[in-house]
Write a protein that binds this ligand. Structure first.
Ligand code: UT7
Length: 326
């Protein structure tokens, strides 16, 4: 059975920036509170006429070029988003058309901020079974279009971005060594954004009363996130029979500096083993991990042959981790 290698990565970050001074001008908050409680200084915001598939298309083209492939080499496109352009068609089909990936099957999926891990695990199954050779995995979200800018507890957190990776069949590396996915639906109301449902209670708890905006039970999510990320990372490490000394870099979901800090204390690792870009981008949902991966490669922090752990959590509630040889 072939192994699954991350053959290329790509990212797209929109130009416009909301810094903490801007957030101070629209809600009752301040730079000191945001920095101390979250670690975020800036977040990038998609243009008014810029949507998930626009950002996804650019990240995808960059990942395909980085893998040394063309769009025609892609067998499958999987795209994760919680802010799709349409209910139908899928964003994956729109991107397939945009990039001319004429040989690719395409579908969307959604485990919220855990989606990149979910996508890696799904891609690994297809590649090991010999179904597909080159899979394009894209995570893209314009969360700022679903942000309640009257709610200071959430509006300071979110930014927009897209991250992509090409996963290819390759026997020359160990690929995905171990992985874990989890879900706890009893927490399904902890982070919500409504589609057709008209739940009065949900609408009432939103300051803007716009049901599609994201509402979150911040404290509860934070508590869940620390345990989920630390345990999941420890589990994939144990399954692989390795220790953190064998790991070059841990790339966590970037939601809040305090969540990452508490999780890494639980994991017993130093901060310098963890990649963080939270300060620049805030929480960009599922894009956090692939964007961070692309940055870590650009900055020379990981090289071919290094072992890394990707670990995340998100709405659902969901979580997951993957230990892989890059
Ligand atoms: O991607 C996955 C989804 N999201 C997350 O992972 C987020 C998880 N949760 C969090 O990151 C944190 O819970 C928050 C950053 C959302 C909030 O931090 P917290 O330390 O849990 O604060 P809190 O909700 O307990 O609020 C403490 C105080 C409250 O004031 P009072 O009631 O003590 O007077 C809030 O109203 O801080 C107030 N507050 C703010 N003050 C200034 C909340 N947001 C702000 C703000 N600026 N932006």
């Amino acid at each position: 059975m072939p192994n699954t290698r991350i053959a290329g990565v790509g990212k797209y970050i929109p130009e416009k920036v909301y810094d903490n001074a801007y957030m101070e001008s629209i809600v009752d908050t301040n730079d000191e509170w945001i920095t101390r409680r979250t670690g975020i200084k800036e977040r990038h915001v998609s243009a008014e006429n810029e949507y998930t598939t626009d950002m996804a298309t650019i990240a995808a083209e960059r990942a395909i070029a980085d893998a040394g492939l063309t769009a025609a080499d892609i067998d499958l496109i999987m795209l994760a988003t919680v802010t799709p352009d349409y209910f139908t068609p899928s964003c994956a089909c729109v991107v397939q058309n945009n990039i001319g990936a004429v040989n690719a099957a395409a579908f969307d999926f959604n485990t919220a901020c855990s989606s990149f891990i979910t996508g890696v695990v799904i891609a690994d199954q297809f590649i090991r079974m010999g179904t597909y050779k080159n899979i394009l995995l894209i995570c893209a979200d314009c969360l700022t279009k679903a942000t309640d800018y009257k709610d200071r507890a959430t509006c300071v957190l979110f930014g927009d971005a897209a991250g992509a990776a090409v996963l290819s069949a390759d026997d020359s590396c160990s690929g995905i060594i171990s992985s874990e996915l989890g879900a706890d639906g009893t927490g399904c109301k902890a982070i919500t954004s409504l589609a057709f449902r008209n739940d009065e209670e949900e609408i009432e708890q939103r300051i803007s009363k716009r049901k599609e905006t994201i509402w979150m039970a911040g404290q509860a999510v934070m508590k869940f996130a620390v345990k989920a990320m630390a345990d999941s990372s420890n589990n994939v490490l144990k399954e692989a029979g390795l220790t953190y000394d064998d790991i070059k870099l841990v790339i966590p979901h970037q939601a809040n500096y305090r969540i990452v800090d508490s999780a890494i204390k639980r994991m017993g690792i130093d901060k310098d083993k963890v990649f963080l870009h939270l300060e620049k981008f805030g929480n960009t949902s599922a894009s956090c991990i692939p964007v961070a991966l692309a940055e870590a490669v650009e900055e020379g922090l990981i090289e071919r042959g290094d072992k890394i752990i990707l670990v995340g959590f998100g709405g659902g509630l969901t979580w997951g981790a993957a230990l892989l040889e890059f």
